[in-house]
Ligand binder design. Structure first.
Ligand code: NDP
Length: 463
């Protein structure tokens, strides 16, 4: 008989926690998991999945606009927000059920409660007051939106959490932020018919992405009718007597809105977890500090996903969870691999990107070849839609390895997934050139850009 109730206790039923619990259960380990809200975490319940459903919904306005170009007459169209919310809620409930079933089928004991650490091996289940013990503990409690408490009137604003449950669809929306969430939601609200303004403190949205993608997206969003105000922040938010809101900007302008969405990054969910009782250290931002194997300062307590603030992406949390299992239970210490992670921004147009930006590559390599194509995707021609697609490959001139690939346009996220394999395998530009095109597709540009558009030598562009 072992001295603990569980071999593994997981706190948090999101992407990382569920994966670790399910696979540990499949290995025959005695596993418990506590989740205080709904199974699936941010990604399934109030993040990636419902967001993508909203993106699909918001694209219909352009599909209707484009339809006459292909001979279709579209009658009067109308959008009903409650219908979308209802359909989305049903799908999320279905997925939540699948997550739960996956745990149950692998013998994981689910505790529907908030849990907190009492010591290095004891966990208090708050709903029942029961204390359970575990040999190994995995903290996978994720993060939550930054509420920007220093903004006067922030309590009148919503975050992405609230955006999924609005009772009424807003006619006018102000979004603050320039990252993934701000950009995705600005496009969603605009596509669904709201008068949308995005306010960003920096010079250009999507800091950290390749400059061409940033320029292209910002210009396209403006051309679509989204107001983008840069170099400004919200100074104050006021509720008007009629129930609407006024967003006062640092530049002096006041914008009237029905909803103001703050998308200003996310903070790790570490408060009230009892970390100090177990000797688990956090950094200055409250994230659990872990070593390269996701082990915290308390040797038997591990952490994966957003609570560690390494890379806030669902597939990364899942990968970290799988590496944790190898390390903790299979005697195979495995470090998560963060090299060359492909990612997508579900803006409109969509972004797919993998590897180094041109600026990063120019810093790292003495000479680059940059292959760049900008063209109207075939679908846009008959409807007369002016929107262009942009593709860019960054090649280390010496080794010929493709070190960055950046796409903006329809299907960019799907392309990024496949390019991720090529870049991970360190394919060279010659491998790309030797690959037969799939015709007619947009993606064929990736294998038919034979001559560099320009070179970059010692950090400077040479044409
Ligand atoms: P991001 O870190 O992407 O962006 C935060 C934005 O808020 C930045 O533009 C930042 O500006 C700005 N900001 C931060 N603090 C302030 C402030 N006090 N005043 C004004 N502006 C401020 O965070 P998000 O909230 O958009 O998303 C969180 C994470 O979720 C992302 O990092 C991403 O990893 C993940 N995610 C991934 C998605 C995907 O894969 N498609 C979709 C959605 C989220 P600055 O640039 O100047 O720092």
């Amino acid at each position: 008989m072992t001295q603990f109730d569980y071999d593994l206790f997981v706190i948090g039923g999101g992407s990382g926690g569920v994966r670790a619990a399910r696979l540990a259960g499949a290995m025959g380990k005695r596993v418990g998991l506590a989740e205080e809200y709904r199974m699936g975490g941010t990604c399934v319940i109030r993040g990636c999945v419902p967001k993508k459903l909203f993106v699909y919904a918001s694209q219909y306005s352009e599909h209707f606009e484009d339809a006459p170009g292909y001979g279709w007459t579209v009658g009067e169209t109308a959008f009903d927000w409650p219908t979308l919310i209802d359909a989305k809620d049903k799908e999320i409930a279905r997925l939540e059920g699948l997550y739960r079933k996956g745990l149950e089928n692998n013998g994981v004991t689910i505790h529907e409660t908030r849990a907190r650490l009492v010591s290095r091996h004891e966990i208090l289940l708050e709903a029942t007051g029961e204390t359970v013990t575990a040999d190994q503990i995995l903290i996978a409690v994720g993060g939550r939106p930054n509420l920007h408490a220093s903004l006067p009137g922030h309590e009148h604003c919503i975050t992405s959490n609230g955006a999924f449950h609005l009772k009424e669809f807003p006619k006018a929306v102000v979004v603050e932020g320039g990252g993934y969430i701000a950009v995705e939601f600005a496009n969603i609200f605009h596509g669904l018919g709201a008068d949308t303004t995005l306010v960003y403190r920096g010079q250009k949205i999507l800091g950290g992405f390749d400059e061409d993608l940033r320029d292209h997206l910002q210009e396209t969003m403006i051309a679509k009718g989204i107001k983008v105000i840069c170099h400004q922040v919200l100074d104050k938010v006021e509720k008007r007597p009629d129930g609407g809101l006024n967003a006062h900007l640092s530049g002096g302008e006041a914008l009237a809105a029905d909803q103001i969405l703050l998308a200003l990054g996310r903070v790790p969910n570490t408060e009230g977890l009892g970390l100090d009782h177990a000797g688990v250290e956090t950094d200055s931002r409250g994230a659990i500090t872990v070593d390269a194997w996701s082990r915290s300062s308390a040797g038997n307590i591990w952490a994966v996903g957003d609570v560690t603030n390494r890379m806030q992406l669902t597939p990364v949390a899942i990968h970290e969870a799988m590496c944790f299992l190898e390390t903790a239970f299979k005697d195979n210490p495995t470090e998560p691999d963060y090299d060359t992670i492909a990612t997508a921004v579900f803006s409109q147009p969509e972004i797919g990107t993998v590897g180094l930006t041109e600026a990063q590559a120019a810093h790292k390599y003495a000479e680059l070849e940059v292959y760049r194509a900008s063209f109207r995707p075939m679908h846009n021609i008959l409807p007369g839609r002016d929107e262009k697609m942009l593709m860019k490959l960054i090649v280390d001139a010496e080794s010929r390895v493709v070190v960055g690939a950046h796409i903006i346009g329809p299907g960019a996220g799907e392309m990024a997934q496949l390019l991720g394999i090529s870049l991970k395998a360190r394919c060279t530009k010659d491998d790309f050139d030797a690959t037969m095109a799939v015709h007619p597709t947009a993606a064929e540009e990736l294998v038919t850009m034979y001559a560099p558009t320009y070179r970059v030598k010692d950090g400077a562009r040479i044409d």
